[in-house]
Design a protein around this ligand. Structure first.
Ligand code: PMP
Length: 328
């Protein structure tokens, strides 16, 4: 019989699939690494597992302990899944702007969710940063992974994502493209690939974020871009950073679902736009690998909703022709 001992053993080992429609006219090969096939539905399962295992080894997380992290997104799901299987409790702290669906996913795995007001500065005792720090102090056996500064985030990608890309392309990968949030994916995967051969590493960043020279100006694509420089990010790894607009990111996200059968999130569309811009200048021997972090299921009410897209002016003229009439 062939089966995994636990769902945690299913983390990683995601496949590559060739993009064939959105790449029309390009001569190089563009392969997407499909991270929504992780058991928690995103690339973040990888860092969750590695951060928990390292904390266990260091004695920071002991049997019966509690994981406390300010997160509402994919990292929370990964941590909740690993914690549950290893017998830890989870308390996630998130701002009230986070939708009920996202909170309910965490609760479904058995995690506790503490909601804090969004409209307070980070130094306010009610802010979600302050509340998570207080909970770490007050809960006995509490441990905070802190994905923005935890070296085991990039390490998980150095040990799993990088070797998978290298092995699955049989060392033929020439370019690796990934969105930058905490910077863990690009830092760990990029470092590993550069040690194997002459691989060019490209970061994709929302316009307005610091990685592409912005000030942290708001953008709508989720999970990527920052208004500060996290220590999980090593700026010496990417050879280039490509800034992508929300409109371009979301339009490509919809094309990936309609044309490639990949229902993925907005940061995936963003990374593919960056990958295609790079691919335009490449030749038939080049192999571009672009990492797609999560699924589109979490964005049905936004990116895949014509009214939402139209309300921001994101719908291209060729798509959703009736929406203008509906809104008029
Ligand atoms: N896309 C999504 C949807 C994410 O949740 C994240 C993680 N914040 C990223 C991209 C970026 O990954 P990383 O934090 O490793 O830079």
């Amino acid at each position: 019989m062939r089966y995994a001992e636990s769902v945690v053993d299913l983390v990683g080992g995601t496949p590559l699939v060739k993009l064939s429609k959105v790449t029309a006219g390009l001569s190089c090969t563009v392969l997407a690494k499909v991270e929504y096939l992780n058991p928690g539905g995103s690339v973040k399962d990888r860092i969750a597992l590695k951060m928990v295992e390292a904390a266990e080894a260091e004695g920071a997380l002991k049997p019966g302990g509690t994981i406390v992290e300010p997160t509402s997104g994919n990292t929370g799901v990964g941590l909740a899944l690993v914690a549950q299987q290893r017998g830890y409790k989870c308390v996630f702290v998130c701002p009230d702007k986070v939708g009920a669906d996202k909170r309910n996913v965490l609760k479904a795995y058995g995690a506790e969710v503490v909601v804090c007001p969004t409209a307070v500065p980070p130094e306010d005792p009610q802010s979600y940063y302050q509340v998570s720090d207080r909970l770490v102090r007050e809960i006995e056996g509490a441990w905070k992974p802190n994905q923005y500064a935890n070296v085991n985030g990039p390490a998980s990608h150095y040990e799993s994502t990088g070797p998978e890309v290298w092995a699955d392309t049989e060392g033929r990968v020439t370019h690796f493209v990934a969105g930058v949030g905490t910077g863990g994916t690009i830092t760990g995967t990029g470092r590993y690939l550069k040690e194997q051969g002459p691989v060019t590493v490209i970061g994709a960043d929302p316009e307005g974020s610091v990685y592409s020279g912005g000030t942290g100006r708001p953008y709508l694509v989720e999970g990527v871009g920052e208004d500060f420089w996290p220590s999980a990010y090593d700026p010496s790894i990417p050879d280039e950073i490509v800034a992508v607009s929300d409109a371009d990111s979301f339009q490509m996200t919809r094309r990936l679902a309609r044309e490639e059968g990949l229902l993925v999130g907005g940061s995936c569309g963003m990374a593919v736009v960056a990958a295609l811009r790079v691919a335009e200048r490449l030749g038939p021997d080049d192999v571009v690998v672009v990492l797609l972090p999560d699924s589109g299921r979490g964005y049905l009410g936004k990116i895949f909703n014509d009214e939402w897209m139209a309300s921001y002016g994101f719908l291209p003229a060729t798509e959703g022709g009736t929406v203008g009439q509906v809104l008029a």
